[in-house]
Design a protein around this ligand. Structure first.
Ligand SMILES: O=C(O)c1cc(C(=O)O)c2c(n1)C(=O)C(=O)c1cc(C(=O)O)[nH]c1-2
Length: 569
């Protein structure tokens, strides 16, 4: 595998570290031999007890933290002992937004570009603030909480545009990705995930690899009449960018409702990946991971962009640990699937047909209205949810924090009422084979198999970080922050945080010249909703069925947003 474009100056300016989304730090002061001596440097309480999913950012001598609702931004001064607070920005988010968010009131991070921080609020605004002072520069409202729409994803800024997307697949929200002018916040283009080609920004430059994605207005024709208008496909996950191809890559969420019998057809362009021209928004190609999704297998996970030798020839690929349970290697120029292999316990599908590109469903696990289908693996959150993996060009391995959950799924009629849940399934989740609910897998994308894996008792809901010191970091839902040998998977160090970890660890060089590691703790998200939302764990259908798989969580952790920062003494 060749080097991804990780230009490492010791800063961490975007959640994924670089446009290729490697989450790889070239810093190597902290390594396999000395990581065991890592010590706490400072902590900072956000004062909020909901799920903390964001990656902190470091720009120059300042660290920035965006919190879950009410979406405060904190700036900490790293040039002073204890990293005191420099400023705080409160966007004054509408409290009613909390009532329509599906999966806790989370936020996955901010993005720094040209002196400004960009982030989204739960009530559908993208905001730019001056990174030096915390003064607001612009804000743009993009959707409406009264329709059930929210925003939880982290923006990506490229080519002078701030790319942002919607949440609301469980509320019948029609998903979109929008590009805002970096300077003014004005909407440059918006691409919907369903509907006629003109709304999806599909035109003459659209060249999907597979025949099944060709034809006019498939975003209308692959749905029952009008159903595309409330059909989901929200863009609540990750965007990568290839500056040479000028293409952005991002995925679309599940079709709504979860009851598949209410939406016969492929339900384009949900549960798939788009490549778009960043300047115009026009689609270049699309690939559907899960046509006519049967399980809530959103296609929004991160894609890592690398160059890989395939049959001796270097190819620009993207790597995707997809929610449907397959690890995809795709040609990112054409959208061809080069490989798709299961990376955990999977029976929901039988494979991926590399000729047609189609997922091959397992007839025994097809969900249907009026029937309870048992023992489906993976469950609705998939083999892996939103929490991102990392890639090391040194080991050639992808480090995947993921899940081992199965479920029973009973589909039923859902009625659409704007701004209320539009789900249509009763789900009950539980641990998959082996009894562990989480897995941390080191995947070799060339050999198409796992090199090693670590079983975790609780669902694994944090991101991963890997460094040039060959150390890989992740956190657990009961609060352990762990460092492993990136080559062997051996546990080298761990620290017990005050709350479960579902955040994204980062590494940076502080003004004192030392390499630091930082992570936000604060349990929540869908997996931690039983704690963050104070739900009754005895109700197995709570949190859309996740509560059944996390009944023990309230006995193992409590909420509490806290930044932990580590350094070698
Ligand atoms: O379809 C959607 O619009 C949507 C939005 C979100 C979100 O914005 O948090 C999640 C999901 N779906 C989802 O399927 C899911 O598994 C999920 C997990 C989480 C989380 O933060 O832990 N959010 C979401």
């Amino acid at each position: 595998c060749a080097q991804p474009n990780a230009n490492d100056d010791g800063q961490w300016t975007m959640p994924a570290h670089d446009y290729a989304s490697t989450r790889f730090s070239r810093l190597d002061q902290i390594n396999r031999d000395n990581v065991g001596r890592l010590k706490l440097s400072f902590t900072f309480s956000t004062g909020i007890v909901k799920g903390h999913e964001a990656a902190p950012l470091v720009v120059g001598s300042t660290m920035y933290i965006v919190t879950p609702y009410p979406n405060y931004i904190y700036a900490l001064d790293l040039s002073q002992d204890g990293a005191p607070l420099k400023w705080k920005y409160d966007p004054k988010v509408a409290a009613a937004a909390q009532g329509v968010a599906c999966c806790d009131v989370v936020n996955r991070g901010a993005f720094y570009s040209n002196g400004k921080l960009f982030f989204n609020t739960l009530d559908n605004q993208t905001i730019a603030v001056d990174a030096a002072t915390g003064a607001e520069v612009w804000r743009t409202k993009l959707d409406d909480i009264n329709k059930g729409a929210t925003m939880t994803m982290a923006p990506l800024v490229a080519d002078g545009k701030v790319l942002v997307g919607s949440s609301g697949g469980e509320m019948g929200v029609r998903g979109w990705l929008a590009a805002l002018d970096e300077g003014s916040g004005k909407i440059a283009w918006r691409a919907y995930s369903t509907g006629p080609d003109k709304d999806v920004l599909i035109g003459p430059s659209f060249k999907p690899f597979y025949a099944t994605d060709r034809g006019t207005d498939l975003g209308v024709k692959t749905w029952p009449p009008e159903a595309w208008k409330i059909g989901g496909g929200n863009v609540w996950g990750w965007i990568s960018y290839d500056p040479d191809l000028k293409l952005v890559y991002y995925g679309t969420g599940n079709p709504g409702p979860w009851n598949p019998d209410q939406r016969p057809g492929d339900n384009k362009w949900t549960t798939g990946i788009f490549a778009r021209d960043v300047t115009t928004g026009q689609a270049r190609w699309y690939y559907q991971f899960s046509p006519h999704d049967l399980f809530d297998h959103d296609g929004i996970n991160e894609q890592i962009l690398i160059t890989m030798k395939i049959n001796g020839k270097p190819r620009k690929v993207l790597l995707r640990a997809e929610r449907n349970g397959f690890f995809y290697v795709m040609d990112r120029v054409t959208g061809q699937v080069i490989a798709a292999d299961p990376y955990g316990n999977l029976n929901a599908a039988l494979g991926v047909d590399l000729k047609t590109g189609r997922l091959i469903p397992n007839p025994d696990k097809e969900t249907k209205q009026g029937k309870v289908v048992r023992g489906i693996c993976p469950a609705s959150p998939g083999m892996k949810d939103w929490n991102p993996m990392a890639f090391s060009p040194r080991t050639g391995l992808v480090y995947i924090p993921h899940l081992n959950l199965c479920m029973d799924y009973g589909a039923m009629e859902a009625n659409y009422i704007a701004g209320t849940p539009y789900v249509g399934a009763d789900v009950k989740m539980y641990a998959g084979p082996g009894g562990n609910r989480g897995v941390f897998t080191a995947w070799d994308p060339g050999a198409r198999k796992a090199r090693w894996e670590i079983k975790e008792d609780l669902p694994l809901w944090s991101g991963a970080l890997v460094t040039a010191g060959d150390v890989v970091f992740y956190g657990t839902m009961d609060g352990w922050f762990k460092a492993l040998d990136a080559v062997s998977g051996k546990l080298l160090w761990q620290f017990k945080a005050g709350s479960g970890i579902i955040g994204q660890p980062i590494s940076y060089r502080a003004p004192d010249g030392k390499q630091h590691i930082a992570v936000l703790a604060g349990v929540g998200g869908w997996a931690g909703a039983v704690v963050a939302g104070g739900l009754d764990p005895r109700d197995p259908t709570a949190a859309l069925g996740f509560a059944a798989a996390t009944q023990d969580l309230p006995g193992k952790t409590t909420g509490g947003g806290m930044l932990y920062d580590f350094v070698l003494p």
